[in-house]
Design a protein around this ligand. Structure first.
Ligand SMILES: [Zn+2]
Length: 451
């Protein structure tokens, strides 16, 4: 069982640390630069205007916040970048993970089509003579790297930065954003080397509609024919998965990472967690840089996942054991492929979080001190006191040991304050978002070119 309670008296509560199965390593929320909550497809257009800030400082601040939230392992799917920039930023992020001391998978973003909008056609043009055809950087890159160049980038980043706690994964951004040639190369590379794969899948209604139009015989069956579905694959979201697709994912041993707050904030929906568990799919929990209060609080995310998925029956649709298995074992499997359970074992190099039990129980009568209901109803980041990762202390008395968090955040804020007040590229955003709405409202994402 994933959840084991070690009652260390009234003072503290020890748990296996949480694992964040899907994230992107942003410290400043998209809301801070104008990418406010809205449907994913227009939000992504706003997200492209994310300011360029030092990636080492950004990752230090973001990983430190995760540590203070009781997270020991995290999936970092980096933003799509030109390859030379990507290689440099991978170095910055991986070095930050080593300094903070968290386990991290750096998923290398891989995309070679549909940069602006989903289409059923070829490499990039919408092909419909709409306003989207003329869109350039930062939304559509001036040059799209070849599949061999993308695969080489993964190999070189892995060769330079893998360690006992940092691994590198293939990160195809999603089936609508990766060609069959790219998916096949990833599947082949993963089977040959054992390298894991992390990908967005069926996050929104528009992606479901695109998948049904582009693959009338079934997107999941198609990905399976390309060899992508395996125990080495974890997929984020899966909000729009159907029962037969859940069964196929279970059969292939794929992990599905559920991102509850993000799916609510970006109007994607609610993941079918009950159906996934019924089918036997391993689930994990992710923060996806968009938690309920925009603060990266992993325990609050855990609570929202539980409340939203427990259902309205007399018995919970999601049990607390399944919840903790997802938030601990599932995420750890997505990040580093380890098989749980990740309970606390004497002598093991464990990932352990210690909560301030005294603060949690201050108003609780001694006779009713069962810790699990307290854990589910009131723990937040503010309850986290210590964290050990791989047996090493990372957080002590709420302070991260490897990094001067105050100095890092102060420097990052100073750099943020030094950015130009207005990004000149932002002038084009409203029209682009209007054109995107028109694209999806008129079902251009479902139109097969030539058909
Ligand atoms: Zn994501």
């Amino acid at each position: 069982m994933a959840f084991q309670r070690f009652d260390a008296g009234r003072g503290s509560l020890l748990l296996p640390a949480l694992a964040n199965g899907h994230d992107h390593g942003r410290y400043f929320s998209p809301v801070t630069f104008g990418a406010v909550d809205q449907p994913l497809e227009t939000w992504l257009a706003a997200l492209a205007l994310q300011p360029d800030l030092d990636q080492h400082l950004t990752a230090l601040a973001y990983l430190t916040r995760l540590a203070r939230s009781g997270v020991a392992s995290t999936m970092h799917l980096h933003r799509a970048r030109p390859l030379d920039v990507l290689v440099d930023e991978a170095a910055d992020v991986c070095a930050a993970a080593e300094l903070v001391g968290l386990r991290m998978a750096f998923a290398v973003p891989l995309q070679d089509r549909n940069h602006v909008a989903y289409t059923c056609g070829g490499a990039g043009s919408t092909g419909f003579g709409t306003g989207l055809d003329g869109v350039g950087p930062p939304w559509r890159p001036t040059a799209v790297p070849s599949v061999p160049a993308l695969m080489d980038a993964v190999d070189s980043i892995a060769a330079a930065h893998e360690s006992p706690t940092v691994t590198v994964q293939y990160g195809p951004l999603g089936p609508q954003w990766a060609s069959d040639e790219l998916i096949s190369a990833i599947a082949e590379g993963s089977a040959r080397t054992g390298r894991r794969v992390h990908m967005h899948l069926l996050e929104t209604r528009r992606q479901r509609e695109w998948a049904d139009a582009a693959h009338p015989d079934g997107l999941l069956a198609h990905l399976d024919r390309l060899g992508l579905l395996s125990p080495r694959l974890s997929v984020a979201h899966g909000v729009w998965l159907r029962a037969e697709e859940c069964a196929l994912l279970a059969e292939r041993g794929v992990t599905v990472v559920v991102n509850t707050s993000s799916n609510l904030r970006l109007r994607s929906g609610v993941a079918p967690v009950g159906a996934l568990l019924d089918a036997g799919v391993d689930c994990a929990m992710g923060l996806d840089g968009a938690t309920l209060d925009d603060d990266g609080d992993a325990f609050r995310e855990l609570r929202l996942l539980y409340l939203l998925q427990a259902g309205d029956g007399l018995d919970p649709r999601l049990t607390t054991e399944q919840l903790f298995r997802a938030a601990v074992d599932g995420g750890a499997r997505a990040v580093h492929g380890g098989r749980g359970p990740w309970g606390l074992e004497p002598g093991a190099a464990a990932d352990v979080v210690v909560l301030d039990r005294e603060a949690l129980t201050r108003d609780v009568l001694p006779a009713s001190q069962d810790d699990l209901p307290l854990l589910l109803s009131r723990v937040t980041s503010s309850s986290v006191r210590h964290l050990w990762v791989a047996g090493r202390p990372v957080l002590r008395d709420g302070t991260v040991l490897g990094v001067d968090e105050e100095a890092v955040v102060a420097e990052l804020r100073a750099r943020q304050a030094g950015l130009p007040a207005v990004d000149p590229r932002a002038a084009a955003l409203p029209q682009l978002q209007e054109d995107l709405l028109q694209h999806y409202r008129t079902a251009q994402h479902r139109r097969r070119q030539g058909g």
